[in-house]
Design a protein around this ligand. Sequence first.
Ligand SMILES: *Cc1c(COP(=O)(O)O)cnc(C)c1O
Length: 354
Amino acid sequence: MMIEITSLSPSQRGICPEELYFGETFSDHMFIQHFTLEHSWHNAVICPYQSLPLEPFAAFLHSNQKILEGLKAYRNVNGDINLFRPEDNVKRFNRSAKRMLMPEIDESLHLEAIKSLVYLDQDWVPDKQGAFLLIRQIMIAASTKLYHGSSRDYSHYIITRPAGSYFKGELIPISVFVADEYRRAVKDGNGEFKTGGSHMPSILNSEEVIQLGYSQVLLLDPVEGRYIENVGEINIYFVYEGKHVVTPVQNGNILPCIIHDSILKLAPALGYEISEQCLDIDDVLAGIDSGKITEAFGSGTAADILPVGKFEFKGKEYVINNNKTGDVARELYNELTGIQYGTREDKFGWVVPL
Ligand SMILES: *Cc1c(COP(=O)(O)O)cnc(C)c1O
């Protein structure tokens, strides 16, 4: 791909803040390219970060033809910048594009665009274990004229922002509210694709739930309202008797996640049994009450592993492991971040240098 680069001069560039909070600031540059039926993907540029011209008739404002992705760049213990499983990320972007009837992007060109952008903004990659540069890719349907109801023009953007660790050195369990009234996906819908519509759960983190002290919302299956699916943008795991890890089975509503796939491979390597099962919320809560479930945790790109200390369902609280981080979550966290930051062997070949 010919990427035309217009960069800010060193004196015009911002400085990555020392103290990083999630979602507060962004880096200096962005990647843009456009698609038309006539020219396919063209005009690939990296330019200073800027607002977009917004046509109120642009198709993505009127439909769910928008997809996204997220991965992170981070510095390993030698100071080198790495990406974690970026090939899987650009593949999943195309998988979502296909489902939403949007044009695919050549995977090696997409990867080259990511690497060029991060290389240019490398001073924005924090130099602190646990902190990272979040890379966000989006594609939107851009046509203002519709052709048989569908867009013919698309735009692809890559933007980045630095973010601190969810944890300051110590893994702190989160609290999860189980939504009784809302569903995230419909049967045979878009639940297993990374589209705008699959991100409703964050909206469910209503003021009310936050006031009650819960930071994430767990959603149940759309048909019977009893099987556990996703918690916001993370996957969920329960540990039975300290050794058997169980996670919801892919039922067509759950996004195939990259950290989830990594956990499925790492857990057996650490001596744990792991299986994907249909998890009934009542059975799981009974398992917490009886002590059979000894731990719960989540996974996702931003935090890697998030221990869960308690759930709330229909006004009742269910505390796990005395609201403390368990051994399985800690071991998986140490192994996964050890691979990412270069202190443990990368047996699966997941780490890609910039
Ligand atoms: C992005 C996302 C995740 C996390 O996926 P990873 O590839 O593990 O980062 C989980 N659930 C939903 C709904 C998501 O959009």
